[in-house]
Design a protein around this ligand. Structure first.
Ligand code: IDP
Ligand code: MG
Length: 167
């Protein structure tokens, strides 16, 4: 079954210049990249993305982490991978959440670490299931930024809205 998954290369991945390595590892999946961009995550976006963890003691640090405050790299690379069993394939390549427990050949096992304060800096995010993927892709991407039609869309007329266009 074709599926989509959100991948984020987190600020530690960018700071450590791991983008190429991570994309090479993910290419083993033979999935298609159907959306990609660099995003500076707002606090609102970060908190919405990690809403399921809001009661955890590490939540405030996790929000600072994904916003790039900890690594002084205020950006993430956001990608949508699409194809057969995309979620399982990407989760397997990423490895488990705790980088110390992740297989050493996985992305997190190879490049992740646990900080002295206990945060898992694990260089990539991968959606955990199809419902999470849909919620997360809709948070990070607009429909027109993805080259396949993943979810239903609607047309609206929005003439009043201020927009920045090329001069
Ligand atoms: P996932 O990223 O493997 O889907 P989640 O439970 O959704 O795992 O957690 C989101 C992120 O929060 C993790 O990738 C990791 O950076 C951080 N995190 C999760 N659990 C812990 C923990 O127990 N201690 C420290 N950081 C954690
Ligand atoms: Mg998760």
């Amino acid at each position: 079954m074709n599926q989509a998954t959100l991948i984020l290369i987190k600020p530690d991945g960018l700071k450590k210049s791991l983008t190429g390595n991570i994309l090479t590892r993910l290419s083993e999946s033979k999935l298609e990249i159907v959306g990609a961009k660099i995003v500076r995550a707002s606090k609102e976006l970060a908190e919405a993305h990690y809403a399921h963890l809001k009661d955890k003691p590490f939540f405030p640090e996790l929000i600072r982490y994904i916003q790039g405050e900890i690594h002084n790299r205020k950006k993430v690379m956001a990608l949508v991978y699409w194809g057969e069993d995309a979620i399982l394939k990407c989760r397997q390549l990423a490895g488990t959440t705790n980088p110390e427990e992740a297989e050493s050949t996985s992305i997190r096992g190879a490049y992740g670490r646990i900080t002295t304060s206990g945060l898992f800096e694990n260089v990539v995010h991968v959606s955990a299931n199809a419902a999470d993927a849909e919620r997360e892709i809709k948070l990070w991407f607009k429909p027109q930024e993805i080259i396949v039609k993943l979810y239903p869309t609607q047309e609206i007329i929005n003439e009043q809205k201020k927009a920045i266009v090329w001069a």
